[in-house]
Design a protein around this ligand. Structure first.
Ligand code: PMP
Length: 288
């Protein structure tokens, strides 16, 4: 294959076209795309694709990287340069390149790529035979136990919350908290019971969560793994999140209301201390 592709304003041989590993499309699925068919040298339904492209970009707050006239010209040119009479034009625009962070700045330089694929669109054998299909559960995206890079929703909500002055969000589903944008969420009741969401496809099975629960049980805390509501969290004596790099971090306010005293609490403080002590003792040295 020796196609010419479009990359951020330049025509490039396909083998030379490189996108950074720090691109948010790669790290967060923070990107949109369109596919337009070409039949007998004609762009199919082009205005509809441009309209949807603008809607998608608008919804994500990504600026249109080129003027509409330029976009049309690019579609024509890429088809001509690659001799595509029948096939498709794929375009993708990501928010751009940034050191990995769920929170992104207001303005970024989008990454814009286009490529073609030749395909006999008008010569589809299935038009004669038809398709055979099966049903599957609608799960786009409800498999949160998988640590995928499909992080766009989390990133959007966390960025929005940051701009409103919050540190993070807690996702609520059917009236119950699942977890934070990139951490598991736990509460300690007024009776001193550590309550955390039970494991299911509704949340990521945090490694830190598992270790902290183990340490909590060793420290003879009562642990309950079950769903709980934001109301229960607000009346807890303390709350905290766990994750690989935040360890145990207290949560002191929820939707503007204090949790417990509104100060960091003793249970999360103790668990943080035990966890760090244990990992410093048992962690694998990198220097060997
Ligand atoms: N939930 C989500 C959605 C996460 O992205 C993460 C990790 N960043 C966690 C929980 C915590 O998991 P771990 O303790 O393995 O870092």
């Amino acid at each position: 294959m020796d196609r010419t592709v479009y990359l951020n304003g330049a025509w490039v041989a396909e083998g030379e076209a490189k996108v950074s590993i720090f691109d948010r499309g790669f790290l967060f699925a923070d990107a949109i795309y369109e596919v337009t068919a070409v039949i007998q040298g004609k762009l199919v339904d082009y205005p509809g694709h441009v309209a949807r492209l603008k809607r998608s970009l608008g919804a994500l707050g990504i600026a249109m990287p080129v003027a509409e006239e330029v976009l049309l010209e690019l579609h024509k040119q890429i088809a001509r340069r690659n001799g595509v009479e029948d096939g498709l034009i794929y375009l993708q625009i990501s928010r751009g390149v940034q050191d990995r962070d769920f929170v992104f700045p207001e303005t970024m330089e989008p990454t814009f790529v286009m490529f073609t694929q030749k395909k006999k669109v008008l010569d589809n054998p299935k038009w004669k035979t038809g398709l055979s299909v099966k049903t599957v559960a609608e799960g786009r995206w409800s498999d949160r136990q998988i640590k995928t890079v499909q992080l766009l929703y989390s990133s959007l909500r966390k960025t929005e919350a940051n701009r409103e002055g919050y540190d993070d969000v807690l996702f609520v589903e059917n009236g119950h908290i699942t977890e934070a944008s990139s951490a598991n969420f736990h509460i300690v009741t007024q009776e001193g019971v550590l309550v955390t969401r039970d494991l299911s496809n509704a949340l990521l099975h945090g490694i830190t969560r598992g270790s902290i629960l183990h340490l909590a049980r060793e420290a003879e805390l009562v642990v309950e793994e079950r769903a709980f509501t934001p109301q229960e969290a607000k009346s807890a004596s303390e709350a905290f999140v766990t994750s690989a790099t935040s360890f145990v971090t207290p949560v002191v306010r929820l939707d503007g209301e204090k949790i417990g005293t509104g100060e960091t609490g003793p249970v999360s403080g103790k668990l943080l201390e035990i966890y760090i002590r244990e990992q410093l003792a048992a962690g694998i040295p990198v220097a060997s």
